[in-house]
Ligand binder design. Structure first.
Ligand code: 5GP
Ligand code: ZN
Length: 125
């Protein structure tokens, strides 16, 4: 745990959050400043500052994080759907900001999952 890291404090349950998922490796919770009607963050419990700190050894963890997104999207009503007429609807964005130029504000790796009916405020520039 990094004692200066807000997401480590959330993972340690020292800061209250609206959790939507937890297992041994991951946590997911609602973003405090949502960019869309549904906005969740998936984090590893382990402190990893950025995607640039990841190596091949993190591939299983990164895979778990991404694989969680469609499950959360389904549970929260933002999954991409195809109707009986073939019409597509719903859907969401997944986003990992990395470093200052990537617009990262919290230096604990996280995947944004956000969607729902538009318009959205959106994220970044
Ligand atoms: P970044 O710009 O680093 O990719 O995104 C950080 C995200 O964390 C932002 O969308 C911001 O609203 C969210 N955030 C920052 N502090 C907190 C907090 O204390 N609780 C929650 N739930 N979200 C936070
Ligand atoms: Zn951390």
């Amino acid at each position: 745990m990094d004692h200066n890291c807000i997401f480590c404090k959330i993972a340690a349950k020292q800061i209250p959050s609206s959790f939507v998922y937890e297992d041994d490796d991951l946590l997911a919770f609602k973003d405090i400043n949502p960019a869309a009607p549904v906005h969740m963050l998936i984090i590893p419990k382990q402190h990893i500052a950025t995607l640039s700190d990841c190596t091949d050894s993190h591939a299983p963890l990164l895979g778990k994080m991404l694989a969680l997104a469609p499950k959360l999207a389904e549970e929260h009503g933002i999954a991409a759907k195809v109707g009986p007429d073939g019409q597509r609807s719903g859907g969401y964005k997944t986003l990992i900001n990395c470093g200052p130029n990537g617009g990262q504000e919290v230096y604990h790796l996280h995947v944004h999952v956000y969607g729902g009916p538009r318009p959205w405020r959106g994220l970044g520039t």
